[in-house]
Design a binder for this molecule. Structure first.
Ligand code: MRU
Length: 341
């Protein structure tokens, strides 16, 4: 995976080979963005199986399952299932808000919980499921981008929050993917990227992705979005989502709610672009969405430099919930959904 904490200064590919390292990478946002977290979670369970095999001598792990008969026969299906149950809990606990992580782990669980004849057979099917989650994500981005591009007009100034491009998915992205699809379709689009305090996903990652594609982008302090909208400079807002409740209430990066309220005030369309896997029908409304609280240090420091008096308390909710009433439409891979949601 690309280590997203180092961008834009350094483009480094991180090779993750243990479950522990994967959980660290997720927790510290080396990999982030709801759909990418889902894929990482699925791969995490493959790493967990590999670890189980590693405990044995003469271990040979072949994720491509071409030499499955070389696995040690002492490992039972039940033992691997127990090991994977623990791994699944560990993975899901890393980041509670983005439902795609739990969703992908649950898909893997449905596979490994079946009555397999052998661990080898289980692994082959787990491998296929993880690859399917990855490949479906690529297709989803493409379809979602096509649907959303219809909403953008030539010459639009699109404001976005956080990062929702290729870095956040396996494909071209969700909200930024909509912009990329519109540009590929020949429309000229200018992107306003909120810097997205405290971890600067907008300034570091969205701006980097737009620049890679030659798309004009201006970054702004999160607090400047209202000023831009009050001056009529924003054609529409397109953001991603980490979890969408059954009624359409949407959790996304902290600061999204302020953008939505301001957009409504100034009559600017506010679109949420997300795959159907981000919709959590088990949750009736936004109140039930678990919100990740991150460390106070992320607020008290800026790029490793202390910016507040020693001992100052900080609050750091990583996400907020935007009421469905503030959302103009959802863009999914299956189509655009207008109210009532
Ligand atoms: O904390 P992050 O960087 O993982 O938060 C990401 C977001 O809030 C994105 O907007 C969301 O996951 C959609 S990514 C396509």
């Amino acid at each position: 995976m690309i280590d997203q904490t180092l961008l834009p200064a350094e483009y480094k590919i991180l090779r993750v080979t243990t479950l522990e390292d994967l959980c660290e990478a997720i927790g510290s946002l080396r990999i982030r963005g709801a759909p990418a977290l889902g894929v990482a979670g699925a791969y995490g369970l493959l790493l967990a199986v590999e670890e189980k095999w590693r405990q044995h001598d003469n271990y040979y792990f072949d994720a491509g399952h071409t030499k499955l008969d070389t696995f040690p026969p002492i490992t039972t299906v039940a033992a691997v299932q127990r090991h994977l149950d623990n791994a699944a809990k560990q993975i899901v606990a890393t980041r509670p808000t983005a439902v795609n992580l739990a969703w992908a782990v649950e898909r893997m669980k449905t596979v490994y919980s079946k009555r397999w004849q052998s661990p080898q057979e289980m692994l082959a099917n787990l491998y296929r499921e993880a690859m399917a989650i990855y490949e479906e994500d690529i297709d989803m981005c493409r379809a979602l981008g096509r649907q959303g591009a219809e909403l953008l007009k030539d010459g639009d100034n699109v404001l976005t929050h956080c990062n929702t491009g290729g870095l956040a998915t396996s494909g071209v992205g969700t909200a930024l993917g909509v912009v990329f699809a519109a540009v590929e379709g020949g429309k000229k689009i200018h992107v306003y990227a909120d810097e997205t305090r405290p971890l600067l996903q907008g300034a570091r990652l969205s701006a980097w992705e737009c620049k890679q594609r030659g798309i004009p982008v201006s970054i702004l302090c999160d607090g400047a979005a209202a000023s831009l909208m009050s001056r009529g400079l924003v054609s529409c807002v397109v953001v991603g989502a980490d979890r969408i409740a059954a009624n359409g209430d949407t959790a996304n990066k902290i600061g999204t709610l302020s953008v939505a309220i301001v957009a409504r005030h100034y009559n600017v369309p506010f679109y949420v672009a997300a795959p159907s896997s981000t919709i959590d029908k088990s949750i009736p409304n936004g109140e039930a969405i678990p919100i990740e609280e991150r460390s106070e240090e992320e607020i008290r420091e800026f790029c490793g430099v202390t910016t507040a008096p020693k001992g100052t308390r900080a609050v750091n909710p990583a996400f907020d919930v935007t009421s469905h009433e503030l959302i103009t439409a959802f863009v999914t891979e299956k189509g655009v959904i207008h109210p009532p949601f």
